[in-house]
Design a binder for this molecule. Structure first.
Ligand code: LMR
Length: 334
C-alpha cells in the first residue's frame, strides 16, 4: 500500500521525469534567433512574424524561431557582428548597411532615382542580378536568402524641403551607406550616420535636423511627432536582404533546411505583397495626425532633385563597382 510519504515521493519523481522530458524536448529544438531593428507593425516586422509561423509549421516544430524586433537584442552594427559570431542566426538588414561588412555592391540600391517603382526594382531582386549580389556575401560567412521590400523614401526636417537648396547646412541622419552620404553632401546637408534605434531621440533633441525613411518606418517610430515638414520625394529605395549565418544554415539537416526554404519563399511573397499598402497607410495616418506638413513635389521639382543628384551615380561607380551598376541598370532597361 502506498503511504502518504511514498505518494509524495512518487509525485516528486514524476514531476522530475516530466521536467527532464520537457527540457529534452526543448533541447531537441533548433533555435533560430531572428533579430531586427524596426517595429513589429512594419513590412519587415510582419514578414518576420510570417516566417516564424511558417517555419515552425513546415519543420513540424523542429525549429523554434524567436523574433526580436525594435533593436531589442542588437542595434544595426552590432547585429551584423552577432550574425557572424553566431549569436543570432537570421537578420534582415537594409541594403544600405552592408558597406561596413565589406560588401559595397548593395549600395547600388541607394543610388538616387534609380528605380522608378517596385516593378523596376523587382527586375533586379527577383532575377539573376539579385542572386549574383547575394552570392557576394558567402565569403563573409553569410548566406543571402531573399529580398524583402520596404519602400520609397521621403525626406523630413523641421523646415520645408522643396528644392535642393533647402538642405543647405541641415544635419541629416543617414544609414551607413556611402552613396547616401554622397547625395546628402551633394545637397549641401551634413550627413550623420546613426543607428536606427537612436533616430527618434536625435530628432527630438535636435542632435540632427532631419532624416529620410519610407513612411512605414517614420510612422511606427513616431518620427512624424518630431518633424514639422516632409517631402514625398520618393528619391530612393529602402529594402532588405534576409541573411543567415552560413555555418548554421549549411549545418541544418536537409529536410529542416528545405522546410525553412519553403517558409522563407512564402514569407517573402507575403512581405512583398503588403509593403506598398503598409507605406500608403502609414503616410495617410501621418497626414491625418497633422503633426507634419507633407509636401508632394511637382514633376519639375522632382526633376530638379534628380538633376542635382545625378552625378552621384558616376561618382560612386568605383565604390559600388561599375559592373554591378551596369548589371542593375541593364536589368531595368536603363
Ligand atoms: C534605417 O536604419 O533607417 C532602416 O534601415 C531601418 C530598417 O531596418 O528599415
Amino acid at each position: 500500500m502506498l503511504t502518504r510519504r511514498s505518494l509524495a515521493a512518487l509525485a516528486g519523481a514524476t514531476a522530475l521525469a516530466l521536467s527532464f522530458a520537457g527540457s529534452a524536448i526543448a533541447q531537441d529544438k533548433i533555435v533560430l534567433k531572428f533579430s531586427h531593428v524596426v517595429a513589429p507593425d512594419t513590412p519587415k516586422g510582419k514578414g518576420a512574424a510570417k516566417f516564424e509561423e511558417l517555419a515552425e509549421l513546415y519543420t513540424n516544430g523542429a525549429v523554434d524561431v524567436e523574433v526580436y524586433p525594435n533593436s531589442q537584442l542588437y542595434k544595426d552594427k552590432e547585429e551584423m557582428e552577432a550574425l557572424q559570431l553566431g549569436a543570432v542566426q537570421m537578420l534582415a538588414p537594409s541594403l544600405a548597411k552592408f558597406g561596413p561588412l565589406g560588401v559595397q555592391d548593395f549600395e547600388v540600391f541607394d543610388l538616387p532615382f534609380i528605380f522608378a517603382d517596385y516593378e523596376a526594382l523587382r527586375k533586379v531582386t527577383q532575377g539573376d542580378v539579385g542572386k549574383m549580389l547575394l552570392a557576394k556575401l558567402e565569403d563573409k560567412g553569410i548566406t543571402g536568402l531573399a529580398y524583402w521590400d520596404n519602400g520609397f523614401k521621403i525626406m523630413s526636417a523641421n523646415s520645408p524641403l522643396k528644392s535642393p537648396d533647402d538642405f543647405l547646412g541641415l544635419k541629416m541622419r543617414i544609414q551607413s551607406s556611402k552613396v547616401i552620404e554622397a547625395y546628402m553632401n551633394k545637397l549641401g546637408a551634413v550627413p550623420q550616420v546613426m543607428a536606427f534605434s537612436e533616430v527618434y531621440q536625435a530628432l527630438q533633441t535636435g542632435v540632427v535636423d532631419g532624416t529620410e525613411n519610407p513612411p512605414s518606418n517614420m510612422y511606427t517610430q513616431k518620427m512624424n511627432e518630431v518633424q514639422k515638414h516632409a517631402t514625398v520625394s520618393n528619391h530612393g529605395y529602402l529594402g532588405y536582404a534576409v541573411i543567415v549565418n552560413k555555418q548554421f544554415w549549411d549545418g541544418l539537416p536537409a529536410d529542416v533546411r528545405s522546410g525553412l526554404e519553403k517558409a522563407m519563399a512564402e514569407a517573402t511573397e507575403y512581405a512583398n505583397s503588403i509593403a506598398k499598402e503598409d507605406n500608403d497607410n502609414a503616410l495617410a495616418a501621418m497626414k491625418a495626425a497633422g503633426t507634419t506638413e507633407f509636401y508632394e513635389p511637382t514633376a519639375e521639382e522632382r526633376a530638379a532633385w534628380a538633376e542635382a543628384l545625378a552625378p552621384v551615380h558616376e561618382e560612386m561607380a568605383e565604390r559600388i563597382g561599375a559592373e554591378t551598376i551596369a548589371a542593375v541598370k541593364g536589368a531595368i532597361g536603363q
